[in-house]
Design a protein. Sequence first.
Length: 549
Amino acid sequence: MDELRVHQISDSYTTATGDSFELELRELLRQRTRLMLGVVLVVVAIAVVVDKFLVEQPPGLAGGFSPWREEIRFVFLGAFGMALALTYLLKCTARQFQMLAFGVVAIAMVLAIFLNASVVPDEEPILAVALCLFVYAAFIPSPRRFPIILGVLALISFVMAAVMTFAFVEGAEAYWAERGSLLGTSAIAVLRNHLINGTVSIGILALVAHAVSKTLYSLRKTAHQAERLGNYYVEEELGAGGMGQVFRARHALIRRPTAVKVMQVSGQDAQAAVTRFEREVQLSATLTHPNSITIYDFGRTPDNRFYYVMEYLEGLDLQKLVERFGPIPPARSVFILAQACSALGEAHGRGIVHRDIKPSNIFLTQRGGLYDFVKVLDFGLAKQVSADDAAGLTKTGVAVGTPRYISPEAIKGTEHIDPRSDLYCLGAVAYWMLTGRPPFEAKSSVELLIDHVKATPDRPSQVTEVQIPPELDDIVMTCLEKDPEDRFPDAASLEAALRELPFGEPWTAEKALEWWNLHGLASPEPEPPKPTSGGLSSTRGISRFIFEP
């Protein structure tokens, strides 16, 4: 338990949030910047061709900037092309991507303003400025000061372009004087009015762009934080049950893939449910066996939802394995059951009874290149048999478990449920593995419960065409005895009996790898994760609270 800690809202949470948001933002900016630059390159190239060959050039101002009209557009192409190349050549941070996009947009805007002043000096460059400001504000997530800086740069460039054109370009003063004569005023007065109108218009555009950028950036960051659970960034929902949801997530700093179970309860029993959920974590966290699910962390969200974090598994559980591929051969079934026994042996040795062993809670995955590696999941109904149950979380007379795989003593609500109850459930799981059906099949949960208490199931070999050794038949039926005294005394005894079974061709790790490869389920050890969301296959059934008939 020393490695576990409850995460509250703290500086570490804020730091983790910022780091993971940086990673998400960097990837988004990389994609957006490349797209923006690529689109602009194509648009400017088309504009150059159209302007060169299809459009008659305006006269402009003699000796002014208009002779450099074509050269300015090639500067556009060069700047955007170089920026696009840099996004592929350099490993930029989110801030560097923001600065790169800002620099390119700023250059484009300044050039557009000066080009406008050289060709049509008395027209305000509203369209060019608006496009640059709003494309940047809406397309490139950035802090709110960036659009303001861009707006100030637009204002300065507009004033400088108009004044420099008037002062230094031959014929510019006559151009403004002609406009003034039409209005009955001087050239300076017309220029002054032009500067005032343009400055006000650009200022309004800059303020609106600032508001747009601030809103969009804040919404994105808020949405990111809403998808956070402590130090974990939620990526996808994997499943849901009566008490909680399971999500795939990544640690915000080390980017390790995890599964996060979040409790969803309400009503009068909410506090008791939360207490039981927290006890589940505490019990599970004491287990260190490699065949038991590993718990990494737990905590509460700002809205007081309890969650815990466990290892993320890729593979499939026994429920889906049998549903997809049919009954499991005896040698492979023994290979799997022995691992489950080993995990339960550690739990029982610590005084913990699982009480909900079922096919969907025995998961097959790969670890270190070993396939058919078993993980026992979901200690949601676990009970520490040596505890006094001071919290009143379990009550005599209340059956807990899954009807198809529940033990008779659990159905009766016997006060003392010991590890042999798990062995009954594991025997029912073995029956499912070997035959493709549970020990009892009925139309209702009540009938199933009655069968578990009173009826004797057929031997597995009698209900399947799979050749089951008589010794394995006997082991399964021993596990399914009604009286716990008639079952194996503990998980270690059951495991020993399973491992002693003689098979001409025992199931091996090599055969497991061959089977996984044959069905396209094998995968290499995961590479170090990239700072992106997604990229992993969704694995349903990692953890459930569903009370199935």
